[in-house]
Design a protein around this ligand. Structure first.
Ligand SMILES: [Zn+2]
Length: 256
């Protein structure tokens, strides 16, 4: 069985001493494609570096809302132009996060929009982070649509977001969050979202799935996510695995 990791941060400090070993463990469970996600300039550069070191690795470059004011979108564009080796496959993670900071909403929205415009210019899809900001995320994506695909990462369904996904055919990525105790409404949302719109991720090193909370999460845990997803979708795990793998290739425009 093959797995496509749509969201990992092997560009994180935590992996600096044991990355070869970690990547080998992931390969051993069948993970053959990994998107490393940038969250500022430095981590975006590191994500690109990793595409040169390992097969099957791709990069997304972007500025996370928590880095508002610290880096510019122009820098991102320069990075893309100087390094593009065909392995920068998305702009992300970008979006809105009102959980940690909410006194700079205007700046977050501005940065989000600028990066969507950059993605449109570069003909790349976007990977969206949204936390405690579903209505504003809805509004931004309506006003400034990404033309080459939108993926809502670590998807935590709300009425607004599910409506947006269904109206526009967005992709959503589920990770460790689907193994946590959920509100009853979660199954209802899961029933509403077609499998064609779903991919899987770990958000490594964050958000380890149950029963591994408290450990460093890696893509070797993707089978746990798929298993839980198959339960929610009442589908055969193998069959679902093939569908989400294919969805990922399609979304990121990667040939097998
Ligand atoms: Zn992330």
């Amino acid at each position: 069985m093959k797995y496509f990791e749509t969201h990992a941060h092997y560009n994180d400090e935590k992996f600096k001493d044991n990355l070869d070993e970690t990547i080998n463990e992931c390969r051993n469970v069948g993970v053959d494609k990994i998107i490393n996600i940038g969250f500022n300039i430095e981590s975006s550069l590191k994500a690109i570096e990793l595409t040169k070191q390992y097969d099957g690795m791709y990069a997304a470059i972007g500025i996370h809302p928590s880095d508002v004011g610290k880096c510019s979108v122009q820098q991102l564009e320069e990075i893309y132009n100087s390094f593009n080796n065909g392995k920068i496959v998305a702009i992300g993670e970008i979006g809105l996060d009102y959980y940690w900071v909410n006194d700079n909403k205007k700046e977050q929205i501005e940065l989000f929009k600028e990066q969507i415009e950059l993605a449109n210019k570069l003909k790349l899809p976007i990977i969206v982070h949204t936390r405690d900001a579903s209505l504003d995320t809805y509004k931004v994506l309506k006003e400034t649509p990404a033309k080459y695909g939108t993926l809502l990462h670590c998807f935590s369904p709300t009425d607004d977001l599910v409506r947006l996904v269904l109206e526009n055919g967005y992709k959503v990525a589920f990770g460790g969050n689907i193994t946590y105790n959920r509100a009853k409404s979660f199954q209802k949302y899961m029933d509403m979202i077609p499998v064609e719109n779903i991919v899987i991720e770990t958000d490594s090193p964050y958000l380890p799935p149950v029963p591994l909370r408290g450990t460093i999460n890696t893509s070797k845990n993707l089978p746990i996510i798929l298993e839980k997803l198959a339960e929610y979708k009442k589908m055969d795990k193998e069959e679902l695995g093939k569908i989400v793998y294919r969805n990922s290739l399609e979304f990121f425009n990667i040939n097998e």
